[in-house]
Design a protein around this ligand. Structure first.
Ligand code: HEM
Length: 318
């Protein structure tokens, strides 16, 4: 059989590749000869993926609940993938930063938009029953969600809002001890830390602290500040950062809050959340005032953060 020049060229390159590593090319060619063709289902591990839904009850809608959480976690992974690329880039420029930030914004827009799958997509009676089998687990325990926040901004902006001023110059551990979500996870009756929080910290404290140290000087805000010293036009990037901030800290939390109101609001007293938080006081963005990039906002904008939306959400559910 004749070999064409293209094949000869590839064989030569392969020979060089394997020789450089002291490998025998013929053995690798044998491997190629016997290997099966790749399939779609093997490549994306489809059977494994589709076997990962194991409801705790026989209510059919519990599967929707599990699947949508899994879908969200995969999107969070996509966001983190971009955060890593931005923060680890050795020669970060405005174009790369903006391009990747647009991807992140796209993911959060998709998530915010699709949250109706939770809000309108489950039978309330089924939900109120199957959720009782999930105690004390809660989306509150999403480690990836907290990692996105760590990548996004300086830790001081994640400290509970009434502690921020006094801790401005504190070290990572001192700030981390006062991170906002610790205060949300208190038991309604006793004011003690919830089991949900204790479990969450046992699993994630060490990795959160490692990540905090790693991105202290390279998180998205720090990356922006570095570019600012280079005297470039950052107006588009600033708008993207603002958009990202509103999406993560207002729009997504409000879409999420809408689901809590839909299922857990029952006059005269709300239904207890699986994570045991005082969710009506904890979840609304206007109370938490989580803002990644406060320097971009006027005093009035800071004051209004999340407000109009909350009223709209509540009105739409009356
Ligand atoms: C019917 C759907 C849902 C309801 C009723 C709901 C309810 C709640 C409640 C009440 C909390 C406060 C913590 C607690 O006491 O448990 C919470 C927190 C949280 N949930 Fe959900 N949730 C829903 C769906 C989701 C989904 C799909 C995700 C995606 C991962 C998610 C992620 C989170 C996160 C990240 C928090 C912490 C928010 C914060 O600290 O500000 N939730 N959820």
């Amino acid at each position: 059989m004749e070999t064409n020049p293209e094949i000869e060229n590839r064989l030569k390159l392969l020979q060089e590749k394997y020789a450089a590593m002291g490998q025998d090319m013929v053995s690798y060619l044998d491997g190629l000869l016997y290997a099966d063709y790749l399939t779609y289902w093997d490549y994306i591990h489809l059977d494994t993926l589709l076997s990962l839904q194991t409801p705790k009850t026989s209510f059919p809608d519990e599967e929707i609940f599990i699947l949508y959480h899994q879908i969200t976690e995969l999107y969070f992974k996509l966001v983190l993938h971009e955060c890593e690329q931005i923060t680890q880039h050795l020669n970060l420029d405005v174009a790369f930063f903006s391009f990747r930030l647009k991807r992140i914004i796209n993911y959060f827009e998709a998530l915010t938009h699709s949250f109706s799958i939770m809000i309108d997509g489950m039978d309330k009676e089924q939900f109120l029953k199957f959720r009782m089998s999930l105690l004390p687990a809660s989306g509150f325990q999403s480690g990836q969600y907290r990692m996105i926040e760590i990548y996004a901004t300086d830790l001081i902006n994640l400290v509970a809002k009434d502690k921020r001023e006094e801790l401005r110059l504190a070290n990572i551990q001192q700030k981390y001890d006062q991170i906002y979500w610790r205060f949300g996870a208190t038991e309604l009756a006793s004011g003690k830390q919830t089991l949900t929080l204790k479990q969450f910290q046992t699993k994630y404290d060490a990795s959160f602290l490692t990540l905090l140290a790693k991105v202290e000087k390279s998180n998205l805000w720090q990356a922006y500040l570095k570019l600012k010293t280079k005297d470039q036009d950052l107006s588009e990037l600033e708008n993207l950062l603002k958009r990202f901030d509103v999406l993560v800290n207002v729009n997504w939390p409000l879409a999420h809050y809408k689901s809590a109101v839909r299922y857990l609001n029952r006059e005269p007293e709300e239904i207890k959340a699986t994570g045991g938080t005082n969710w009506q006081k904890y979840l609304p963005p206007r109370f938490q005032k989580r803002i990644f990039y406060p320097n971009f906002l006027s005093l009035e904008e800071t004051e209004e953060w999340g407000k109009t939306w909350v009223f709209e959400v509540l009105a739409s559910l009356k």
